[in-house]
Design a protein around this ligand. Structure first.
Ligand code: EPZ
Length: 424
């Protein structure tokens, strides 16, 4: 296991290249199952989650080549239809092979994704969607077992008890591309990654309208062809580096990012007092200040403040003036990082789905542990803004979603090192 050793107190300066979006590439890799033609993807980050999804596609008969950000996906056989537990338990996004397998191969056997440290991760909306498209779906022995003689279009309401679902929207949209007739997805997720997937599918010959709004309409076609496609940049990685620049009172230029995907987060960061300039359509300048103003933020589906930046925002608010409140409306248990920040001297109280953050003068470095991807990123930001040398254990969580994090941070002037961890 590896840890990241961080010497706090260094101000970050310089330029950082934002990588391709993990949460775009993952569903698009699943969508490659909808065609036997070659698919070529550009701007693909080299991340653990991408490597796991690659192994799943290879189990499902694809041949995947990947180097220097370019991924080529070829078809060896379209017979296999099972996503096994040992792969699905590593990344929940594997559930997104369900729709493509049903649509193209007429059957699927996908291990039930377990919960994870950010709360229960139900898949009822995925199953409901497939049933509405005409599949028979059973859950037995920990597997979702689904089959169909051929999917048919339907009306799918994507609203669950916690709002809409990003990957369930993507799953149904993919399945609908080869269904006979028209599918309407109501209360669809509007995330940029959903739009990116739709644009990829359209390039493969799918007929999709309304992507990016809460009503997506798909007219099924007989067959999809392969294509070459460049995925969008990662708005969550970009937001993470903006907050690292703010925490360290530095000055960072983000390249290869899309400011339009960060409108709400930038509004919040500006309310806090950060100086943020949109240089052009693919770069952002952030200048940190001495002391930030408190804010009250609720995480909600796009285009509002993303839950995937919640931990990183919390880190910066631990040293802001006064009292800030973050209310987590998307996941039921996404505050594990708060206790670790309190061990660094922060003053955070959790009350139901809200974190009350009382600003303190200083954070003090120590050994902290990541329990999920974005919580780990939040703790790195806390360590960057703390006094002394600290370390983040279970770095593998962060490696799932941040490409070359120690290189990118070191290039900005951070004193960070990846080291083997004797502990865990
Ligand atoms: C996607 O997860 C992202 N992952 C998550 O990013 C992100 O946090 C999340 O959307 C919310 O934006 C990918 O895109 C691969 P949801 P997803 O289904 O689709 C409930 C990261 O850090 N729900 O939108 O799995 C669910 O419990 C990851 O990169 C149901 O009730 O999330 C949650 O409370 C973490 N029934 C809410 O919906 C379902 O069938 C939103 O979850 C599905 C979900």
């Amino acid at each position: 296991m590896y840890k990241l050793v961080v010497e706090g107190g260094c101000r970050l300066f310089g330029e950082v290249e934002i990588s391709g979006a993990k949460n775009s590439v993952l569903p698009i890799m699943c969508a490659s199952l909808l065609t036997d033609d070659d698919v070529v993807l550009y701007n693909v980050p080299d991340l653990e989650d991408i490597r796991v999804m690659r192994s799943l596609l290879e189990r499902l008969g694809k041949e995947v080549f990947f180097s220097n950000g370019t991924m080529v996906i070829k078809t060896k056989t379209d017979e296999p239809y099972e996503a096994p537990y040992e792969i699905v338990k590593k990344i929940r996004a594997s559930i997104a092979v369900l729709g493509p397998l049903l649509a193209k191969r007429k059957r699927a056997r996908v291990s039930f994704p377990g919960g994870c440290s950010i709360g229960p991760r139900p898949v009822d909306l995925h199953i409901k969607g497939m049933r509405i498209l005409g599949a028979s779906v059973k859950v037995e022995h920990g597997y979702i077992v689904a089959e169909t003689d051929g999917l048919t279009g339907g009306l799918v309401n994507m609203l669950g008890i916690n709002g809409t679902s990003v990957v369930a929207t993507e799953n149904v949209m993919m399945a609908a591309t080869l269904a006979s007739g028209t599918t309407v997805i109501d209360n669809a997720a509007m995330e940029p990654e959903v739009v990116d997937l739709a644009n990829f599918l359209i390039k493969c010959g799918a007929k999709i309208k309304g992507h990016g709004t809460n009503t997506i309409i798909v007219d099924g076609v007989k067959k999809l062809k392969g294509c070459e496609y460049t995925v969008i940049s990662d708005r969550i990685e970009a937001g993470t580096y903006i907050l690292a620049g703010m925490m360290t009172k530095g000055e960072i230029i983000l390249k290869n990012c899309n400011p339009m995907h960060l409108v709400e987060p930038i509004n919040v960061f500006r309310q806090m007092g950060a100086i943020i300039e949109i240089i052009n359509s693919s770069s952002i300048l952030v200048k940190g200040i001495e002391k930030y103003e408190p804010v009250n933020v609720t995480t909600l589906p796009y285009p509002l403040f993303p839950t995937d930046l919640q931990a990183q925002l919390m880190a910066v608010l631990t040293k802001a003036r006064g009292i800030s409140i973050i209310t987590e409306k998307v996941f039921q248990n996404r505050f594990a990082h708060a206790a670790e920040m309190n061990r660094m001297g922060a003053d955070i109280t959790i009350e139901n789905s809200s974190a009350i953050i009382r600003g303190v003068e200083k954070l003090y470095s120590t050994t902290v542990m990541a329990s999920d991807l974005r919580g780990g990123a939040g703790l790195i930001i806390a360590l960057l803004g703390a006094e002394g040398k600290g370390e983040l254990l279970r770095l593998y969580h962060v490696d799932r979603g941040y490409e070359k994090i120690e290189e990118k941070l070191s290039k900005l002037g951070a004193k960070v090192n990846r080291e083997k961890s004797e502990l865990i």
